[in-house]
Design a protein around this ligand. Structure first.
Ligand SMILES: [Zn+2]
Length: 237
């Protein structure tokens, strides 16, 4: 026991699909139990619905589709309803919501011969925030996308070295200053990133400051290209 501890502590996190099996177990194993305890409700507005894992028709109709963009792909505009789903995913610990939102995101990402070369990389959270929340919502979404055949997932490709404050309310140059050096590529994953087409996964795209920092780090590490895929994007006009 005493000999095993130091080894565990010093072990470098491998570049792999860390955490996927846990999520899968939660999705499959606990599901029947959850269904019994909690009757299905719409995760956005809370009305009763027929089955777990969906949203009600009113909310469904309230989701808006953004204009097309080749660099930032999102199935929905960030509005009242998509915001509700994002907040519940972030703060409600809802694994089943990740499955729904991941499925919605998967439909926005085209299939093609390129999928095999495609690497899904979540926008990282600082480790302290992961401890508080228990999970990184972007990693849950990336894992779901991989289940839908949208590419291979590399959950720890990027890491956040600094705990950055909320970027809301900051100007463009201020956001860049705060994020400078905050996001780096995990050394163990460099080889895997080289020459790959990356899809950077996040829940919401707002100013683009965070995804720019991630994109720069990935390109610097040798990625061939980086596209952003998020659940909802803020419409600027
Ligand atoms: Zn609803």
């Amino acid at each position: 026991m005493a000999r095993a501890l130091p080894r565990l502590r010093s072990a470098r996190k491998p570049c792999d699909t860390l955490g996927v099996s846990v999520v899968n177990k939660l999705n499959s194993g606990l599901r029947p139990l959850l269904d019994l305890v909690y009757p299905p409700t719409c995760p956005s507005c809370g009305v009763a619905i027929a089955e777990h894992g969906g949203i009600c028709s009113t909310c469904w109709n309230g989701l808006e589709v953004p204009s097309e963009d080749t660099q930032v792909i999102a199935p929905y505009i960030y509005n009242e309803i998509s915001r509700e789903l994002v907040l519940k995913l972030k703060h409600g610990g809802k694994f089943s919501l990740a499955a729904l939102m991941g499925r919605m995101m998967a439909t926005a990402l085209e299939n093609g011969a390129t999928d095999e070369n495609r690497l899904l990389v979540p926008v990282p959270l600082h480790r302290l925030r992961i401890w508080e929340r228990g999970y990184n919502q972007a990693a849950l979404l990336a894992t779901e996308l991989a289940k839908h055949g949208k590419g291979q997932v590399c959950l720890n490709a990027l890491k956040r070295r600094k705990r950055t404050p909320s970027l809301g309310g900051l100007g463009r140059s201020e956001r860049q200053r705060v994020l400078s050096g905050a996001i780096t590529v995990n050394a163990a994953c460099r080889e895997k990133l080289s020459g790959r087409k990356i899809v950077l996964v996040d829940d919401v795209y707002t100013s683009g400051a965070t995804s720019s920092a991630c994109t720069s780090a990935l390109l610097e590490a040798g990625a061939k290209s980086v596209k952003v895929l998020c659940f909802a994007r803020v419409e600027t006009d």
